[in-house]
Design a protein around this ligand. Sequence first.
Ligand code: CS2
Length: 483
Amino acid sequence: MPSLSAANLDLLSSDVARPAYDRDKAGIGIVHFGPGAFFRAHQAFYFDEALGRGGDWAICAAALRSTDVRDALRPQDNLYILAELERETRYRVIGAIKETLAGPADRPALLDRLADPATVMVTMTVTEKGYCLKGDGSLDFDHPDIAHDVADPRNPASLVGHLVEGLRRRHGAGTAPFTVVSCDNLVDNGHKLGRAVAGLAERQDAALAAWIRTAVAFPRTMVDSITPATDDALRTRVTAETGLSDAWPIQRERFTQWVIEDHFCNIRPDFEAIGVTLTRDVSAYDRAKLRLLNGPHSTLAYLGSLAGFESVADAMADPDLAGFVRRLMLEDIKPTLSPDAGIDYDAYINAILSRFANPGIRHLLSQIAWDGSAKLPFRLFGTIADRLAAGAAVDKLALPVAAWMRFIRAKAAAGDKLTDPLADMLLTIGRGCTGNAHADISCFFTLEQVFPPALTGNTAFRAALERAYALLDGGVKEAITRI
Ligand code: CS2
């Protein structure tokens, strides 16, 4: 089977959509950090749409460490196939990425791209841990990459360090800044990143930091599209159904949403024309999505894994689990969301539940279970804190937190690996667990970077968590029924 490449596009089966623009003529205007599946399913798709309307919106996609994506995409001219999963799968070749860079060897080229006046926007999907923030949302100067970037700012290691160095060069050259668009599932993503970038810049040059604070836009965003990791089944299907083999195709549900705060310091595509929502206030969307989609997703990940399910759709096919998640959303999460935001929460909840239940999408619970220590604070702890402040019960909300702890304990007992920025610490705690709820939870609560004092010091939360943790002794179904 021939491979995907610019020269082979004509060999694609006729129903596969392909770039509707002259790729050779489109200039690079975007630099993206973190070329993982989500970016290729989401932002690259939107920039592909923008390119179809004309303009220099092609992307230089950079990975700071891993060379996998570059090595897979370069031989196929940085093209890849996006499969939109619905009753009928639609395939489309995305041409928006024109350059892939990776690792320290490509750092000079990446910094040149960041300094290039043609670069008008920098986007990123580096996951929660890629921001090197502390639990309170400020930059962690003790993080090894940040400490490195303070000592050697011209050869940065971190995302934040790259942004500072790129902006420093532009400032020095009198070049307009690029807009920095964070596309990760972090509460207040743009503002947190803006403060981190200015904070790091402050360590080398107060004038640069002041310029960053006043001249650079860091809009907040909400991004949404369920994107299961690529597997061999997808590769085989893509080859069979499109007529070309692709080293790294991407799959996602057809639904996709991008909301960006309308705050830019350089030119941008006509976002509204390509289905992106621009708004003055992203926070209501952001909060609703993190709390109603990602919170229940993590809930399904830990409860579902403990119950022996593999995918989100499998877990949702269990009426007890699906019913629990629905009640959690309606009774515990929805009351923490602003009723004046103009969002129909009931409709939103129903839509999310049917997206989760979509049998056409095999989204592994193990994928969502990654990085729990970095995800739970954004997905569940804010909701729990708000419920506690309102004097409401947190029994249901405590269950996924207890399930996460039991998940870690089970992984440690089985000698399994854990994908988490705190993996070593978590596995040490997990190995020390005895099964006694009070003692085990005390060990987890020593993780100050995960649990804020407002939660660890709250007796109602502690009691609910201990009860949930102990109830899980009888299995997930038992716990759900008794809560
Ligand atoms: C998921 C998200 O992997 C996870 O943790 O909860 O990636 C989720 O699929 C996306 O945020 C949906 O937009």
